[in-house]
Design a protein around this ligand. Structure first.
Ligand SMILES: [Zn+2]
Length: 376
């Protein structure tokens, strides 16, 4: 999930919004204003709307805090955290690496629901100090706000503890099975299976309620089920890739023979004698045995064909210092992750400032297919 609107950074973690979030933000603010005006017929329209909008914003802040709690545990256990993105159905923290052990997975999963429950308790505590008591109606806008936030955060904590992928509870379940059996693949299957079972449950329940006269609420429940189902598939696939590549390093997959080209070659010659002739898409640019950069089809495409005879490889290459590189010791999954994130085709493999080889998207994908075949 890529953020399209950037909000800024908290503790170095990029916080952003996906466009789909805007729809849900409007929906939540509207339904909150409906809720407040029904519960408090005496309130003026501006009070109702102001309360609804501030409550909705605080709700999204609480979701960011929930995701930050996952991120903090990840950081504590040495996993890099890149960003947090809010989208239509919640938030997602992008962790740069998969967890390597059951304990980390357990605490990372549990941190979110625990945080939501704490926020819920805090909000209801404030409401109580303001004079609210169960089951009384909150009297003031501030009270109404904290009561709603209290309930919704408890709701989030419970919903997130549903023990199936992709919910936090699924991570916790996977960690527990992993810890007991010592088998990460089996743990993934268990979390995936319960996740799918629960997702189908939501879909069936939603459809039944729709035909039972619940209308749009029923469709919403079915839609959440469908979302959970596709997310369960995706997180299972990701966990399986990680499993297949457990212990596999870049050095095991990379090619060591890289085709080199002289930097002074013009693009006309480069295209005909190198690109078309060899069928490769990536070349190292060298001068006196020294590697200066990398040139691929993408760089050539930025120059109009008429300019090719007058442009050298040097002019358009990606210089060494701008290249994203990996070491032979980098885990294969991490290389794949970098390739996907930066939307590139290959990565130079560098060790002690010396180029060892190249690793490409195709090489990793081929290995993946072979390994998947062998597992059958
Ligand atoms: Zn969570």
């Amino acid at each position: 999930m890529q953020a399209q609107i950037r909000l800024g950074r908290i503790f170095g973690i990029e916080i952003g919004l996906h466009y789909s979030w805007l729809i849900i933000a409007v929906l939540i603010a509207t339904s909150l204003s409906g809720h407040f005006s029904e519960a408090h017929p005496g309130w003026e329209a501006t009070t109702v709307w102001a309360t609804a909008i501030i409550t909705a914003l605080l709700f999204f802040a609480a979701i960011i805090v929930h995701e930050l709690s996952h991120a903090f545990v990840a950081r504590l256990r040495g996993l890099p955290v890149r960003s947090i993105t809010l989208f239509a159905l919640g938030g997602v923290a992008q962790i740069g690496k998969e967890t390597g052990d059951a304990k980390t997975e357990f605490w990372m999963g549990l941190a979110g629901p625990l945080t939501s429950a704490l926020i819920g308790a805090l909000c209801l505590g404030i409401a109580w100090m303001l004079g609210w008591s169960v089951p009384g109606e909150p009297a003031t806008p501030v009270m109404a706000m904290v009561v709603w936030l209290g309930y919704i955060n408890f709701g989030l904590a419970i919903f997130n503890m549903v023990p199936g992928f992709p919910m936090d509870g699924g991570r916790v379940l996977r960690a527990v099975v992993w810890w007991i059996t010592g088998n990460a693949t089996r743990a993934t299957r268990a979390a995936a299976a319960t996740g799918q079972f629960i997702a189908y449950g939501f879909i069936v329940l939603g459809i039944l309620r729709f035909f039972g006269g619940a209308g749009i609420t029923g469709l919403w429940i079915a839609f959440i089920g469908w979302f959970l189902l596709s997310a369960a598939h995706a997180s299972t696939a990701q966990a399986e890739v990680t499993e297949m590549f457990r212990g596999v390093r870049v050095a095991d997959l990379m090619t060591r023979d890289c085709t080199q080209v002289d930097g002074n070659t013009n693009l006309q010659t480069f295209v005909h004698e190198f690109l078309l002739h060899t069928g490769r898409r990536c070349f190292l640019v060298v001068e006196k045995g020294q590697i200066n950069g990398l040139i691929t089809l993408n760089e050539v495409k930025t120059i109009p064909q008429a300019r090719w005879p007058f442009t050298t490889v040097y002019d358009v290459m990606v210089p060494m210092e701008r290249l994203r590189t990996v070491t032979p010791e980098t885990p294969a999954t991490e290389a794949l992750e970098i390739i996907g994130r930066e939307n590139i085709h290959q990565l130079p493999v560098v060790s002690n400032g010396h180029l060892e080889g190249m690793i490409s998207r195709d090489q990793i994908m081929n290995q993946l297919l072979i390994r998947a075949e062998l597992k059958k």
